[in-house]
Ligand binder design. Sequence first.
Ligand SMILES: CC[C@H](C(=O)O)C(=O)SCCNC(=O)CCNC(=O)[C@H](O)C(C)(C)COP(=O)(O)OP(=O)(O)OC[C@H]1O[C@@H](n2cnc3c(N)ncnc32)[C@H](O)[C@@H]1OP(=O)(O)O
Ligand code: CO
Length: 137
Amino acid sequence: MNHINKIEHLGIAVKDIDAANTLYEKLLGVAPYKQEVVASESVITSFFKVGENKIELLASTDEEGPIGKFIAKKGEGIHHIAFDVDDIVAELDRLEKEGFQILNKTPKKGADNKLVAFIHPKTTSGVLVELCQEAPK
Ligand SMILES: CC[C@H](C(=O)O)C(=O)SCCNC(=O)CCNC(=O)[C@H](O)C(C)(C)COP(=O)(O)OP(=O)(O)OC[C@H]1O[C@@H](n2cnc3c(N)ncnc32)[C@H](O)[C@@H]1OP(=O)(O)O
Ligand SMILES: [Co+2]
């Protein structure tokens, strides 16, 4: 069984979701296919399909949220890389045993019908990693 199946999406932190939607629609030549608020993360997300991959734009709904804090500290830009897994609980267990710092050991509801968990960037050479498992319909 594969551990990591593919890149699920690339998360990009933006200040203004409408302005970023317009910019990325020009850049990619395609409109976003979904916009979704994830209140637990204080974000509004917007998804673009690019071939087999996805871009997730994220704007903060609360400056104290993770995206608000990220932009305040680092400005707009690439925020995280998300990987698709078949069994997120098993993968979190494997990665914790491998020494990665899991930020939420219990997967939480993410956007685009996913269960998600995050790994601290200080244990992944500075890249915030998200694991995603397709949530049961
Ligand atoms: C779930 C909905 C959606 C989806 O796909 O379904 C999403 O993707 S939501 C995305 C937003 N949610 C999260 O990011 C949750 C996980 N993130 C966190 O728990 C925090 O943001 C955390 C722990 C990564 C950083 O926490 P905090 O900002 O409070 O701490 P610091 O600012 O002190 O940062 C500590 C250290 O990490 C560096 N850092 C922070 N964010 C990132 C990042 N995105 N990429 C790389 N590095 C990051 C920060 O610069 C600090 O490093 P230092 O060397 O001390 O400056
Ligand atoms: Co994400």
